[in-house]
Each structure stands twice: as structure tokens, then as C-alpha cells.
Design a protein around this ligand. Structure first.
Ligand SMILES: C[S@@+](CC[C@H](N)C(=O)[O-])C[C@H]1O[C@@H](n2cnc3c(N)ncnc32)[C@H](O)[C@@H]1O
Length: 381
């Protein structure tokens, strides 16, 4: 499902795009008048974004502080952000984000096991979690929110804000009715100190340049309430999952994929170095799982999902659609790069290789993956 309320791609940065009129158009009365020249989403100025937020996302609006920094600093930040975000913008903008969003919107539960594990580390409470506020700070187009909403009872469901540096990701999330704001983790400029009960920094931490990482986690600390929890997730240097990203994504995407991943010590130091207490570093099982009526559908469905999610265009035949030869080649690559020693992941509930097995009256296709995860708590004082 693409955005229910599409946003015009190249409209002027004054809010006259495909977004509905909010009725808050009188500049003299608007508290956001000086932000009208800052483009935050395609065709949407910061001023217009706040108006839309007030209308469509009043709870998020109540958390935002547009006046925390000057319009000049805001403009500089958004100008700089274009440099950071290209991988997840659209193809025309040299990104591979269209494909990523297509896969995530269609089959968002495929990654539910890992996401829910991270969510439960961030929000361990059962009952009363609906009073909490959580920031998913590399949140893409809101997959975490959609998975949690589909999986948890109302009383276990906090208010989740998706933030991300990518304009297209936030455009997609916001257009689907999710509370979403475009900000980099390093500069959560529109949030006051001590705003959130928990923050999740996951599935993309390697995209933050190493020189920015300590500051980025420091910004997470700033916006957490005392006692608030952080969950930091990425991939460990030397792990087969990291090799998959380095070798397969780098070779078969048009964007390439060379990043600096993490050691356990670095994860520990990023949290301890920013003042977090009760720091723990662990492995979390994070598979891709797809269920279907027969084993062929389960296999093809999961392979096609991964080809789309990661935009592995160089593995596709010339006409674009994956045929059986392309699927077989991709399956061989997965077996070579995304396998673990037998029993290696048993301690965290994982299997060791791509498996298709009966489950009830369906078939379950599963590709193992493991992520490095650290948790910590902002001290109460
Ligand atoms: C692999 S995607 C994951 C998105 C989402 N968490 C998911 O799993 O579907 C990584 C995301 O991190 C975002 N990102 C990269 N650097 C960032 C930064 N410094 N601050 C905020 N978001 C960032 C990208 O724009 C992208 O949407």
C-alpha cells in the first residue's frame, strides 16, 4: 500500500502540493510563519508540516517544539540532510528507497520477530504502556509501528513516533496516518529534553557516520526521560549477517553498501560514554519469516521479498522480473552467505540456514539473521 494521501514529488516548498489544505493559512496568525521557506518533505515546508501535524497528528504536534531552534539553524539542518539520506530516497534521486518501501508496505510482518523483540526490550511493561511515548529514531516509513499495532493489545501500545532523516520515508509514513517527523538522530531539534519514555535506534545505525555516533546516542539520551530506556541495534563485525550486507548488498544493489559496523565493546561504549546505566549487550535473533499455503509459494515469496526490500537489481534478469533461474541463483547466494554453524543460534531461538517447513496447515520459509543489540537506561538522577 503506497501513501493513502500522496504527496506531490516536486511541488513548491510552500505547502501547495497534494497535501490537503489545513485551513491554517493566515501567515499573520501562524506560529510557524518564519519556517515557510524551509523545505522538510517533498513539496512541503516546515510551516506547512506543522500545520498538517496540528490537524492530523495532534498528539505528535503537542510534543513538537518548532521554536526550540532558530529558522536559520533549521534551514541549515535540512539543507545538510540531503547529503545523508540518498540511499533511502527514490530511484530518481539515486536511492533504493522505493523498493524498500514497497516491500515493507506489502509484507511488513515478515520481520516481526526481531522488531517485537526490540520493542519488548524498550517497553517491557504489560498494561499501562498506552501512557508511554516511544521514539523510533531510524524508523523509515513506520514498519515498527505497524508491526506493534498489529501484534499488541491496546493497553500495551505506547504512542510511537517515527523519525528518520529521509524525506521519502517520512512522507510515506505520514501519508499512511502514522505520527512521523523528519529529523536526524544527531539533531532531534524539535524535541525538548526528557520527552520520551523509550527510544529505539535500529536497522540503520551503520548509516550514521562513525564520527557522529557518540553525539547521536547523546541526543537520544537528551530526549529520554530519567529512567527512560534505549535500545540500540545493528550488526556485529565478523557475523554472517554483516557479511551478507557487506558482500551481497554491496555487489548487487545500484547504491553499493560499504559501512562501518560495530563491535560489542563499541556498543557498550556508546551507551556508557553517554551516561546510560544498566548497559547490556546481547545477540537478538532477527529472521525473515513468510508463511504460505504451499512450500513453493513460501520459498518464492520470501526470495522475492528480499530481492525487493534490498533492491538487488543486479540479480534480476534484463526484463526486470525475477524468473526461476534468478530465484535459484539468489537462493544459492543466501545459503552461502546467510548460514550459521549448526546449533550456533539455538541459544537465541534461531535456526542455522534457509529452511522451508510445514507449520500447521501452512508452510513457513525462514532465513536466519542475528543482530547486535544493546540496552541501557537513563539514570533517574
Ligand atoms: C535500513 S533503513 C531501516 C528503516 C526502518 N527502521 C526499518 O527497519 O524498516 C535505515 C533508515 O535509517 C535512516 N537513517 C540513516 N541515517 C540516519 C540518521 N542519521 N538519522 C535518522 N535516520 C537515519 C535511513 O533514512 C533509513 O530510513
Amino acid at each position: 500500500m503506497e501513501p493513502a494521501t500522496p504527496v506531490q514529488a516536486d511541488g513548491p516548498a510552500d505547502g501547495t502540493s497534494g497535501w490537503p489544505q489545513s485551513g491554517v493559512t493566515d501567515r499573520a496568525e501562524s506560529p510557524h510563519a518564519d519556517l515557510s521557506a524551509v523545505g522538510v518533505l517533498p513539496g512541503v515546508s516546515a510551516k506547512r508540516y506543522f500545520e498538517l501535524c496540528r490537524e492530523r497528528q495532534p498528539v505528535l504536534y503537542s510534543l513538537l517544539r518548532p521554536g526550540r531552534v532558530s529558522a536559520e539553524r533549521t534551514a541549515r539542518l535540512f539543507a545538510d540532510m540531503g547529503q545523508l539520506s540518498t540511499h533511502f530516497e527514490s530511484k530518481l534521486e539515486q536511492g533504493r528507497g522505493d523498493s524498500y518501501r514497497e516491500a515493507q508496505n506489502k509484507d511488513f510482518m515478515i520481520r516481526a520477530v526481531g522488531f517485537l523483540h526490540l520493542f519488548d526490550l524498550a517497553v517491557p511493561q504489560r498494561g499501562g504502556a498506552d501512557r508511554l511515548t516511544v521514539l523510533d529514531s531510524l524508523g523509515g516509513n513506520g514498519t515498527l509501528t505497524r508491526i506493534v499495532r498489529a501484534s499488541r493489545r491496546q493497553q500495551d501500545l505506547p504512542f510511537i513516533v517515527t523519525s528518520d532523516v529521509s524525506a521519502r520515508m517520512i512522507e510515506s509514513a505520514f501519508s499512511q496516518g502514522l505520527p512521523a517527523v523528519r529529523l536526524p538522530l544527531e539533531n532531534l531539534i524539535w524535541f525538548d529534553d526528557a520527552t520520551f519514555d523509550a527510544i529505539i535506534v535500529a536497522y540503520g545505525t551503520h548509516h550514521i557516520p562513525p564520527a557522529n555516533r557518540l553525539q547521536a546516542v547523546g541526543e537520544a539520551f537528551r530526549v529520554l526521560k530519567p529512567g527512560g530506556r534505549i535500545v540500540l541495534q545493528d550488526f556485529e563485525i565478523g557475523c554472517p549477517t554483516t557479511k551478507w550486507y557487506d558482500d551481497v548488498l554491496d555487489r548487487y544493489t545500484t547504491t553499493g553498501h560499504k559501512f562501518d559496523y560495530f563491535t560489542r565493546q563499541e556498543f557498550n561504549d556508546l551507551l556508557v560514554g553517554n551516561g546510560f546505566g544498566d548497559v547490556r549487550v546481547m545477540d537478538v535473533y532477527d529472521p525473515f519469516i513468510l508463511r504460505a499455503a504451499d512450500p513453493r509459494q513460501a520459498r518464492a515469496g520470501l526470495l522475492n521479498y528480499l530481492l525487493t526490500l534490498f533492491a538487488l537489481e543486479k540479480l534480476l534478469p534484463a526484463q526486470g522480473e525475477p524468473d526461476e533461474a534468478a530465484l535459484a541463483r539468489f537462493e544459492a547466494i543466501i545459503r552461502e552467505t546467510a548460514s550459521f554453524a549448526p546449533g550456533e543460534l539455538a541459544g537465541i531461538g534461531g535456526i542455522s540456514e534457509f529452511t522451508i517447513a510445514p507449520e500447521g496447515d501452512e508452510y513457513r520459509a525462514e532465513i536466519p539473521r542475528v543482530c547486535l543489540t544493546a540496552t541501557g537506561q537513563r539514570p533517574l538522577r
